[in-house]
Design a protein around this ligand. Structure first.
Ligand code: PEP
Ligand code: MG
Length: 747
């Protein structure tokens, strides 16, 4: 193979563009392309292998190998030199292919005649889609320029594959974005949903990878980079409230935006025939594949900054972006890499389902989704690259599975599942007004968790006896400025009225951790979950707490009021918070406002230390609400947002149950009511075990009230207790299995 100059690789792209523009079917296009590349590279063989599924590559077109083997020859990822190219995502360039490690002879292709092999991954944004191969008889390694030309062509092929240019008559492969696929994630919130994908951050689509006017493209690229630089500079200089970390990221952006080598590489790509956006994407792809390979945390962070910056540049060049103008469909399933509670609240309750590439069961975004009973799958790897806006999607929250572009059979089975769920809901509705009284005659009070006005209608619908946890911070999260006292008081009063006399336990502001208010000065902390949050903020900067307490007293308007303080770790903190309440009462009295007829002030137990507070605390506090989500993360030292560690520890482990039992005993001794309001209270088996341990009040998301009540009404708590005792005596790591097995016999 003779040396090819750069201008020749541009010529090759020019021919490719003509071939792609021809109105031929997918397979014909592929055939034409391989012939063209082989001719232009003066090689005997050019072949294109594309992924049939995640593990299998298929020969889709060839010039030079046996034509009969097209769509017949397949290999697994890692198998042979083609599989090795795909797996390593690196070019394999060798003069002596048959003696190369991993070489696999494919008799049907009759490729034994060829000595040299050059495989170039066809990849787009870190996603390998296939392999472009050039082979020839004479034993020579391709030059740097030749490999470069193939890389440029592979980049264009990736774009065209993405756009579905090779789909159609005769082509056995559908474009990746037209194929059905199933993604296995983790359960975030049960339930089934059918709808259309709505991407939180839509990807940019490059429609014109090849250009015939390099000068004009260089100018476009230069202008876009200038705009990018200005926007980064503006962000840095115009935003005084940036945290140290945000500044660091922007500094890194500035460094990349001004990087000469980055710009030079892209300009070279443009001079070789790529459009400006394709050149940006080529660089981005390279950075992504380095990102997936790099074990160095610092390097990974910088590469991911570069990735983000490339996206910005692409948006500038294409005019596409977060604001693509795509309307959210009525049956939207939100697909995102991750999402914070404030952003999710902005989307609102109308979402049919949510699928996150990352996410965590313990995050507040998950809690919001659970509160709204929106099916949620987290850890759905690759979903943000596989899904396109408008794609059909089925979310199976029960199994943590997502079906993307499902075929008719899958859709049929899924609809049957939705119908089954509706029947279960009817069963729960029939016991809505009955108490959660067990077979042994114990009644458990079931309340619901809420946080927004929109949650209140569920109080009647779910059969909950009150609101055991009203997360007041959600009101703060949905706004872009600090609410005023009058607004809060009006809102709390509406909440109380909507509860029609049922108790609402208002938890004072719990900000910090993953609940960040954009209008408050950011707080740069190494570990926000264990940082300055909740009552710690309330006591150190009491302005907002005072305003909130006054708003609550005014809203009660002489009626009963229940307030609880979050994240109380020490008795002293409770005393200080209660003193704030007393101050607020005194002030309101002085102002002539009526005081609550019956005021209950409680504490949330969210750290193990509070369980060991002095007796005086248990006697003084009006009630205790166990915030199991936080309590568990500190009990097991396992971040509630880190799926990897969170899953290791079961709520139903003897250690945690023993701890809860101890808290219940201390409360009983002091005559203090205790309830459990973490997410576990809404999981039927957990709820059952808590009841068996002596908890008589549970607060959960509204949709859980029915299933929990249904289960409690069928059991004898004494029997559950003995199963738990036996399991603990047997040394089980968790009582879940024995309890679930026993339950299976009760139905
Ligand atoms: C908890 O920690 O269990 C709790 C109810 O509070 P949140 O989930 O809002 O932190
Ligand atoms: Mg908490």
């Amino acid at each position: 193979m003779p040396h090819r100059s750069e201008s020749e690789s541009r010529k090759l792209l020019g021919k490719l563009r003509t071939a792609l523009a021809e109105d031929s079917a997918g397979q014909a296009r592929l055939n034409r392309i391989v012939t063209l590349i082989a001719g232009s590279m003066q090689a005997e063989v050019c072949s294109i292998y594309l992924f049939r599924d995640a593990e299998t590559l298929e020969l889709c077109a060839t010039e030079g190998l046996d034509a009969e083997s097209v769509h017949q020859t397949r290999m697994r990822l890692g198998e042979g030199l083609v599989g090795r190219t795909a797996r390593s995502r690196k070019v394999v360039n060798t003069a002596g292919a048959p003696s190369e490690q991993g070489f696999r002879y494919m008799p049907e292709t009759r490729e034994e005649r060829f000595s040299s092999f050059c495989g170039v991954p066809i990849q787009r944004l870190g996603n390998t889609m296939g392999v472009l191969v050039v082979q020839s008889r004479d034993a020579r390694k391709l030059t740097f320029d030749e490999v470069y030309a193939l890389e440029v062509v592979a980049m264009v092929l990736a774009e065209m594959t993405e756009l579905g240019a090779f789909v159609g008559e005769g082509a056995a492969l559908a474009a990746p974005h037209q194929r059905p696929s199933m993604i296995k994630g983790t359960i975030g919130q049960e339930g089934a949903a059918e709808g259309q994908v709505f991407l939180h951050e839509p990807r940019v689509v490059v429609l014109n990878p090849i250009s015939d006017d390099p000068e004009a493209e260089i100018t476009r690229l230069q202008e876009a980079i200038d705009t990018l630089r200005t926007s980064v500079d503006d962000l840095l200089s115009g935003n005084q409230s940036l945290s140290g970390e945000q500044k660091q990221v922007l500094e890194a952006y500035r460094m990349f935006a001004n990087s000469r080598s980055w710009k030079k590489r892209m300009e070279e790509d443009v001079l070789n025939g790529l459009s400006a956006e394709a050149a940006v994407e080529k660089e981005q792809s390279l950075a992504r594949s380095r990102l997936t390979r790099s074990g160095d945390a610092y390097m990974r962070e910088r590469l991911s900054d570069l990735d983000d910056l490339s996206n910005r540049l692409l948006r500038i060049l294409t005019g596409q972006g977060t604001d693509t103008g795509a309307e959210m469909p009525d049956n939207a399933i939100l697909v995102a890499r991750n999402i914070g509670p404030a952003e999710l609240l902005e989307y609102g309750k109308t979402l049919r389902g949510i699928v996150l590439e990352e996410g965590s069961v313990g995050s507040h975004a998950t809690i919001v989704a659970r509160a709204w009973a929106i099916p949620l799958v987290i850890n759905a790897k690759g979903v943000t690259t596989a899904a396109l806006n408008g794609d059909k999607m089925l979310v199976d929250g029960e199994q943590g599975i997502v079906h993307l572009r499902p075929d008719e059979t899958v859709q049929g089975a899924f609809r049957e599942k939705i119908a089954m769920q509706a029947r279960a809901q009817e069963r729960y509705a029939s016991i809505r007004d009955l108490p959660a009284t067990t077979k042994c005659g114990t009644t458990i009070r079931l309340e619901m968790n809420a946080g927004l006005m929109a949650d209140l209608p569920s109080l009647a619908g779910s059969g909950a006896e009150g609101v055991g946890l009203f997360r007041t911070e959600l009101q703060f999260l949905v706004r872009n400025k600090m609410p005023r006292r009058a607004e809060l008081s009006e809102l709390y009063s509406r909440v109380m009225k909507s509860a029609s006399g049922k108790r609402v336990a208002f938890r004072t502001l719990d900000i910090g951790s993953d609940k960040v208010l954009t209008y408050m000065k950011p707080n740069d902390e190494p570990n926000p979950a264990m940082g300055w949050r909740a009552i710690r903020v309330g006591l150190d900067k009491p302005g907002v707490l005072r305003m909130q307490l006054q708003a609550l007293i005014r809203a009660a308007s002489g009626g009963p009021l229940t307030v609880m303080f979050p994240f109380i770790t020490l008795y002293g903190e409770f005393k200080a918070a209660k003193a704030e309440m007393q101050k607020a009462l005194d002030r309101e009295e002085r102002l002539g406002h009526p005081l609550p007829s019956d005021l209950k002030v409680g504490a949330m137990m969210e750290t193990p230390s509070l369980a060991y507070a002095p007796d005086a605390f248990f006697e003084e506090v009006d009630f205790i609400s166990i915030g199991g989500n936080d309590l568990k993360q500190f009990f097991f030292a396992a971040d509630r947002e880190n799926e990897r560690v969170r899953k290791r520890y079961d709520t139903l482990s003897p250690a945690f149950l023993q701890f809860i039992k101890m808290v219940v005993a201390r409360c009983e001794k002091a005559g203090t009511p205790v309830s459990f309001c973490g997410e576990d209270a809404g999981r039927p088996v957990e709820a059952l075990c808590f009841a068996a341990l002596g908890l008589r009040s549970l607060s959960m998301r509204p949709a859980s009230v029915g299933p929990v009540k249904h289960l409690l009404r069928r059991v004898d708590l004494g029997e559950v207790q003995s199963i738990i005792d036996q399991s603990v005596a047997d040394g089980d790591a968790s009582v879940r299995r024995p309890v679930a097995d026993w339950l299976a016999y009760q139905v």
